[in-house]
Design a protein around this ligand. Sequence first.
Ligand SMILES: O=C[C@H](O)COP(=O)(O)O
Length: 411
Amino acid sequence: MSKMKETIGVSERDLKMLKDDIFDGIIEHCIPPELSKGHIDLSPSPPYSPPVLVNYNSQENTSTHQLRSPESSHVEVLAQLAETMPKRVRGSPITKIPLESKPRRGRGRPRLLNDIPYWLPSGWRVIKKVRQKGLSVGHIDKYFISPSGHKFRSKNEVMRYIDKMRLENRENGTTAEVKKIVTTLNEAEVPSHDVVEVVVSPPFVFILPVKDLLRPDFQVAAQNCWVRKGGAFTGEVSAEMLVNLSVPWVILGHSERRSLLNESNEFVGDKVAYALSQGLKVIACIGETLEQRESGSTMAVVAAQTKAIAEKVTNWTNVVLAYEPVWAIGTGKVATPAQAQEVHLELRKWLHDNVCAEVAASTRIIYGGSVNGANCKELAAKPDVDGFLVGGASLKPEFIDIIKSATVKKE
Ligand SMILES: O=C[C@H](O)COP(=O)(O)O
């Protein structure tokens, strides 16, 4: 019996299937049931040592077991297992026990419980939704969710997004890139300040050099500031500091801060009010996730976000609202001009009904989320789109075209 520890076998065919499945991104449940009984001693290999190693069922007991490993995902562990099995085991065939019986590619293939493909970077999640109505009722849709909450339908979409991010990040954030961007802006011919107000918002460390180099008709904004008076808040930058450096603008409540740093509506409302009280002008971001849009709660979400600001703000003169649907930020999936206009109009109505007619008429509501040189004109033409908050395209020469699109309504 002690020999069994070393003699659980896997056939070449099954091993190939195990490997194919791993490298196909769908991990099947292929772990010998004997594992549950401890007949294979996995402990000597570090990848097998106790967070998630793999979920599996034993033959006698259909409950799910989990082995845990601190340094490896279950996918990595399975890959390791596939690599090492031939050396470790000989003899009886591997036993496959389905954990889920959803057929794949016409074969009744079982799938691993967690169902997180090996190619998905850490920090990403997989969610599944069962269609509730229509001809495809019961069909399960799988979504891949990025750490910042962006939702994708397929591996190709995820890979395109990751490649885009990698490319953008290669130079992004270097002094050389910042100088290049400022030079492009400084040399550009753009409409005058009374037609379009251009505000450049570099990360904190680049604010001063950008401010020094930037043409005088363009202004700078910080990407965040602390919620109250400065003090012992290590790592935070206060509104007072920005004012002291003559930084006139600050962006607050960006979706990435809301989702990654758990900034609540109330917290953002407090920040907006405090920054305004110190003399800063504020670009306050609001926007719904794809899930919220699909569930029909877009207006409820953006109204709640705006309400939290409205409850703390008495003077809206220095507030710009930036509507940024989370699903459109950095994804290449821009809201259609009709979608943007619809939300902007509703927001304006909300301001009218809940603040006052004057604020509704005078507050600029700008759109953000995959704006680029190609789509800006059509968006800018919409009556309630008063400008843009541009991310990726602001780092490229096409940003000049976006600035120029401000003239569209005047044409
Ligand atoms: O901060 C910028 C906005 O979030 C939009 O980013 P994006 O234009 O790359 O989608």
